[in-house]
Design a protein around this ligand. Structure first.
Ligand code: NAD
Length: 489
C-alpha cells in the first residue's frame, strides 16, 4: 500500500479501498502559501486510472445500494467521530497547503462534519411517501433509489468542507462516489480519504482520483457514471454543466460569485462594519460567500467607510498557523499576481484607495497581501463587477434604499447578498426583491446550515437541485412511484 502523503509527499489516488499511484505522467507541485516552499506534489491520473476507479465504484454499487440503510449510515457515524477526533491535525494539513488561518480551517471542517451529521438522518430523509386509496382499490408509494456511481469535482478554497457537501449524501443514499479534488490542495482530501478508510466503508464506495482538466473532462462524460456535482469558477461550471448534461448525466454546477452587502441608513454601523470586514477578508477573500462589494446609503457612507477601514487596518496578516493571524496568504503566487492586477485596474478606473493592501505590513515570504478597500467605486468598474477572489473590497455609494437594491440586482452573479438594517420593512423587501440564492439580514456571510440547501442563482449556479439538505437527497436519487391494486380477500 502506498502512503497517502508519505515520505515522498506525493498525493496518490484512493481507489477500491487502497492507495494507488496515479499514472498520468503529469504532476503538480503543492506549496505552502505562507512560505512559498514546496510541501509535496500531486500526480495526475491517466484514463486507465479513472476507468479502474469507476469500474471498482460500479462493482461496489451492486452491494452497497442494497445494503440496509441502517447499516449504510454506520460508517458515516464513525466518520463524524473520526473527523472530530482528527479535526486539529486535518486543519493543520489544510492550512499548510491552502494558507487560511487555523481557526478558519477548524470552522470549515466543522461545517463539513455538519453535512455528515445530516446525512446520518437518511433513513428518514430518503422516505418519499405512501398513499393508500390513491384511486379506487389502488395504493401508491413513491420511493427514492440511488443512481449508481456519482462524481464530485471540487475547488481549492474549501478543500475539506466542499467534498463533504457531497460525499455523505451520495453514499448514504446508496450511491458510490468518486471525488476529483482541486489539484492545488490535494492532501486535505487524502486525509479525509484515510479517515473514510478507517471508518470502514466497503472498498470502492468512496474513491479519490487526482488530476487536472483532462481528468475532469474524462470523468464527467464517462459511461460508468450517472451524476456530476461541481463547484468552481463560473466558466468551468458552465462548461461542466453543458458537457456532462450533453453526455446524459444529471448535473449540479456551482459557479463563481460577486456578492453584495447593503448598509442601510438605519443600520448599526459598527456591527455592519465588523461583519462586512470579516465577510470580505476571511479566507483572504477567497470565498464564494464573501461580500466584496458594500453598497452604502449616502447618509451613512462616510461614517461606515471610516469604521470599516479601522476594522480592516487592525487585522494582522501572517501565516495561518500562527494564533495571532487574522488573515492568511493567498493560495499561490499567480493568484496573488491576478489580485494585484485587479488592484491596479481599480486605481486606473478611478476608485479612491482608502486602504492599500500593497503597503501593509506583511511577511516577506509567501503570498501575503493586505486588505484593500476602494471608496466611491463606479458600479460599472471592473472591480465592482468581476470576481477577484482576494482581499479587495469596493464601496459604492447609493442614493437611497431603492437605489441600493437595484445596484445589487444588476450583478451577473447571484450567490449571496446581505443587508444591515434595523427596519423590518426594509428587511422584508430585501428578502423578496433580491435575486440571490442566499439572502442574509444582519448577517455578514449568508451560509446556510447543512439541513438547508446551498446554492446560488444567475451565473453562480447551473442546474436545478443544490447541495446539502433535501436537495442533495433528491439530486442523488431517482424517484419511482409504485401503483398497486390487489383483489380484496
Ligand atoms: P476552478 O474552476 O479553477 O477549479 C475547480 C475545479 O475544476 C478543480 O477541481 C479543477 O481541477 C477543475 N477545472 C479547472 N479548469 C478546468 C477545465 N478547463 N475543465 C475541466 N475542469 C477544470 O476553481 P478554483 O479556482 O479551484 O475555485 C475558486 C472558484 O470556485 C471561485 O470562482 C469561487 O467563487 C468558486 N466557488 C463557488 C462556490 C459555490 O458554492 N458557488 C463555492 C466555492 C468556490
Amino acid at each position: 500500500m502506498v502512503d497517502p502523503i508519505g515520505d515522498g509527499e506525493v498525493a496518490h489516488n484512493y481507489v477500491g479501498g487502497g492507495w494507488r499511484e496515479a499514472n498520468g505522467g503529469e504532476s503538480l507541485d503543492v506549496e505552502n502559501p505562507a512560505t512559498g516552499e514546496q510541501v509535496g506534489s500531486v500526480a495526475f491520473s491517466s484514463a486507465d486510472d479513472e476507468d479502474e476507479a469507476i469500474a471498482l465504484a460500479n462493482e461496489a454499487f451492486e452491494e452497497w445500494s442494497t445494503t440496509a440503510v441502517e447499516e449504510r449510515i454506520q460508517p458515516l457515524f464513525r466518520l463524524k467521530a473520526l473527523l472530530e477526533e482528527h479535526q486539529e491535525s486535518l486543519a493543520e494539513v489544510l492550512v499548510t497547503e491552502h494558507g487560511k488561518t487555523k481557526a478558519e480551517a477548524m470552522g470549515e471542517i466543522r461545517r463539513g462534519i455538519e453535512n455528515v451529521e445530516v446525512a446520518c438522518g437518511i433513513p428518514t430523509m430518503m422516505q418519499a411517501g405512501h398513499l393508500p386509496h390513491a384511486a379506487p382499490n389502488i395504493d401508491e408509494t413513491a420511493v427514492r433509489q440511488p443512481l449508481g456511481t456519482v462524481v464530485a469535482v471540487t475547488p481549492f478554497n474549501f478543500p475539506a468542507m466542499i467534498p463533504l457537501w457531497f460525499l455523505p449524501y451520495a453514499v448514504a443514499t446508496g450511491n458510490t462516489f468518486v471525488l476529483k479534488p482541486s489539484e492545488r490542495d490535494p492532501f486535505t482530501a487524502n486525509r479525509i480519504a484515510s479517515l473514510v478508510d478507517e471508518a470502514g466503508f466497503p472498498d470502492g464506495v468512496v474513491n479519490v482520483v487526482h488530476g487536472g482538466p483532462d481528468t475532469v473532462n474524462r470523468l464527467i462524460t464517462h459511461d460508468g457514471i450517472e451524476a456530476v456535482s461541481f463547484v468552481g469558477s463560473t466558466p468551468i461550471a458552465q462548461h461542466v454543466y453543458e458537457t456532462a448534461a450533453g453526455a446524459g448525466k444529471r448535473v449540479q454546477a456551482q459557479g463563481g460569485a460577486k456578492n453584495h452587502v447593503v448598509v442601510s441608513a438605519n443600520a448599526d454601523l459598527q456591527f455592519a462594519a465588523e461583519q462586512t470586514c470579516s465577510s470580505a477578508f476571511a479566507n483572504a477573500g477567497q470565498r464564494c460567500l464573501a461580500n466584496p462589494v458594500a453598497v452604502v446609503e449616502d447618509e451613512v457612507y462616510d461614517e461606515f467607510a471610516e469604521r470599516l477601514v479601522a476594522e480592516a487596518k487592525a487585522m494582522e496578516i501572517g501565516p495561518g498557523l500562527e494564533e495571532s493571524t487574522d488573515m492568511g496568504p493567498l493560495v499561490s503566487g499567480p493568484h496573488r499576481d491576478s489580485v494585484l492586477e485587479y488592484v491596479e485596474t481599480g486605481v486606473e478606473e478611478g476608485g479612491e484607495l482608502l486602504l492599500d493592501g500593497r503597503e501593509q505590513d506583511v511577511p516577506a515570504s509567501g503570498y501575503h497581501l493586505g486588505a484593500t478597500i476602494f471608496g466611491d467605486v463606479d458600479p460599472d468598474a471592473t472591480i465592482a463587477r468581476e470576481e477577484i477572489f482576494g482581499p479587495v473590497l469596493a464601496l459604492i455609494r447609493a442614493e437611497d434604499f431603492d437605489d441600493a437594491l437595484s445596484l445589487v440586482n444588476r450583478s451577473q452573479f447571484g450567490n449571496a447578498a446581505s443587508l444591515f438594517t434595523s427596519d423590518g420593512g426594509e428587511a422584508r423587501r430585501f428578502r423578496l426583491e433580491i435575486d440571490a440564492g442566499n439572502v442574509g439580514v444582519n448577517v455578514g456571510t449568508a451560509a446556510a446550515m447543512a439541513f438547508f440547501h446551498f446554492g446560488g442563482d444567475k451565473d453562480s449556479f447551473f442546474g436545478d437541485l443544490h447541495a446539502q439538505g433535501d436537495d442533495a437527497v433528491r439530486f442523488y436519487t431517482d424517484e419511482t412511484v409504485f401503483i398497486e391494486r390487489w383483489p380484496d380477500n
